[in-house]
Design a protein around this ligand. Structure first.
Ligand code: KG4
Ligand code: ZN
Length: 334
């Protein structure tokens, strides 16, 4: 299965066998290109995707040691994401599928993030409870069986990754900030500065991170006006702890109700070791097991897309060649 992913600022193409054997997973990151703008510029992103998509496809085939003729299907992210970026991957995938008469399989980017877990553990037991935490989403999803998604809660404002990126920016770090905040937090004391945790109403699994982001900005502003020295490491650690506390509390609250056979983490923020560690520790105390994909499969990559596509391929769920990009595509219903 060929996987193609161009929903944001990574051009990625992968060759995955049987949904689990990653023969290649090429990721051409545009982070350097967008750094000077402090975030992803959509027009710049789609232009770069266009420049590199063909060489990246070639590289993925070469590294896997196969040719186009060895493929059985083409899986591609068709949403959610940046429309112009999605279209580049979609057109390339359609061209390959049409030219070789292969099934085209449109994949939801959020579903692909969840499937990063199946890449490393194909026999995951159901029901599952998955927290998808990325730059654009913070979704808590109940998965009673394969392909059946129920959205329990989501962020009402900033996504968790977005909060990491914004806090990184006010701490003077460039895009993408998540990994840098995590690194800085390792040298800080998470108790030194206490930031607010938003739990919202008692019965909701929704999240809110914009208040926390504002609290960090206000804290830094106040210190600056007062001429007070600030430990960036303590701020990073305090912020990260606040995010982790809320995420883990809500996942475990849902776990106690839905009794999943396994809890999954997915999305770019799942690469955060502090989050994975805390979730594993507290879930274990409640008798729940946790699976977290290795970091390279947490952030955007095409191997997870090929994996999600493989399970649709098995069910014969193919897409027409008229498949369009769906920038605002969601996953599951509440
Ligand atoms: O899943 P992803 O690669 O792209 C989207 O679909 O959004 O997620 C990217 C997000 C960015 O906000 C990035 O800062 C965050 O994931 N991220 C992290 C870490 N690595 C990536 N956040 C916290 N800690 C990390 N180690
Ligand atoms: Zn993503």
């Amino acid at each position: 299965m060929l996987g193609v992913e161009t929903s944001c600022d990574e051009t990625s193409v992968a060759v995955v066998e049987d949904g689990a054997v990653v023969r290649s997973n090429i990721i051409a990151s545009q982070a350097d290109l967008h750094r000077k703008f402090g975030g992803v510029v959509p027009e710049v992103a789609s232009r770069r995707h266009l420049e590199v998509i063909n060489p990246v496809i070639q590289e993925a085939l070469a590294e896997a040691g196969i040719t186009f003729r060895d493929l059985h299907g083409v899986a591609v992210t068709y949403g959610p994401g940046l429309a112009g970026s999605l279209l580049v991957g979609l057109m390339a995938a359609k061209a390959v599928a049409f030219a070789l008469d292969l099934p085209l399989i449109g994949v939801n980017h959020l579903e692909a993030h969840i499937y990063a877990n199946f890449l490393v553990e194909p026999d995951l037991p159901f029901p599952l409870l998955c927290l998808v935490v990325s730059g654009g989403h913070t979704d808590l999803i109940h998965i009673p069986r394969l392909g059946d998604y129920h959205l329990l809660g989501r962020t009402r404002d900033d996504a968790a990754g977005e909060a990491f990126d914004k806090v990184a920016r006010v701490l003077g770090m460039d895009y993408p900030g998540g990994p840098q905040v995590e690194r800085l937090a390792r040298d800080g004391d998470p108790e030194a500065v206490s930031f607010p945790r938003a739990y919202l109403e008692e019965d909701t699994y929704d999240f809110s991170f914009s208040g926390l982001k504002t609290a960090v900005i206000n804290y830094l502003e106040k210190a600056r006006w007062a001429g007070r020295e600030v430990s960036s490491a303590d701020v990073a650690a305090g912020f990260q702890q606040a995010v982790v506390d809320v995420l883990v509390d809500k996942v475990l609250a849902a776990a106690r109700v839905y009794r999943p056979a396994r809890i999954l983490l997915a999305g770019g923020v799942a690469a955060n070791r502090a989050l994975a560690r805390e979730l594993k520790r507290r879930a274990a105390a409640d008798g729940f097991g946790v699976t977290v994909p290795p970091p390279v499969y947490c952030t955007d990559n095409a191997a997870m897309v090929a994996c999600a596509g493989y399970y649709r391929y098995l069910r014969g769920e193919f897409s027409p060649l008229t498949l369009n990009a769906a920038a605002g595509l969601g996953l599951g219903c509440s």
